[in-house]
Design a protein around this ligand. Sequence first.
Ligand code: ADP
Length: 231
Amino acid sequence: MIEFLEVSKKYPNGTIALQDVSLHIPDGDFVFMIGPSGAGKSTMLKLLIREEKASSGKLMVDEFDLSKLSADKLPHLRRKVGLIFQDFKLLPSMTVWENIAFALFTRGTNDKEIADTVDEALATVSMSDKAASFPHQLSGGEMQRVAVARAIVGKPSVLLADEPTGNLDGKAAWEIMQILQKINDEGTTVVMATHNADIVRTLPHRVITIEHGKLVADHPTRKVKEEAKSK
Ligand code: ADP
């Protein structure tokens, strides 16, 4: 569960990036976040992983009250929330397998568990055959699939995606959307900031619109999803 209660964010230079945003996202939801550049979408995602702190208001992610989160609890929050970006942010000197395993190593997970969970994450994104490749040997779509595997390998309850299809062609973008859909179907909440009108129009998910730091529209999941699911 994600809950914004009258959340505002003012950056140190005085820019007001968010103003009194209230929003409830139940577990398992899939939400598109749209709005012009500079509207505040990335800021909302950064608040959710506590890369930035809200200036006022209350923000909850499951049991974590982010306005009160102590530094020693931050790693627990970061395990709960996976993140993918427009530009993938893979480590160029590591193989696909190492990129995905890296976070688990730093947490002290045992070798057998790392091997099993990395293999599972690779299979989820259909990249098992590229485990030994380096990022520069992959297409953009493949790099984003690896980034998705890295984001979900720790089994987060929430996956945040900041323009994940922004650097991909149409085919690769739809492959990523299929993977995000599969991850959501397995119970992970997905929040995706996007400018891709085609994707937002085609998929039936809830759409929230941010403009000038304010939530200006919240369109619920379209019925077609339920109909499609019951088939
Ligand atoms: P979006 O993701 O919708 O493009 P952002 O959340 O990146 O919007 O930005 C919202 C507003 O906050 C913009 O005016 C942007 O210039 C400003 N902003 C973002 N990050 C910072 C920062 N670190 N310091 C100052 N202003 C920032």
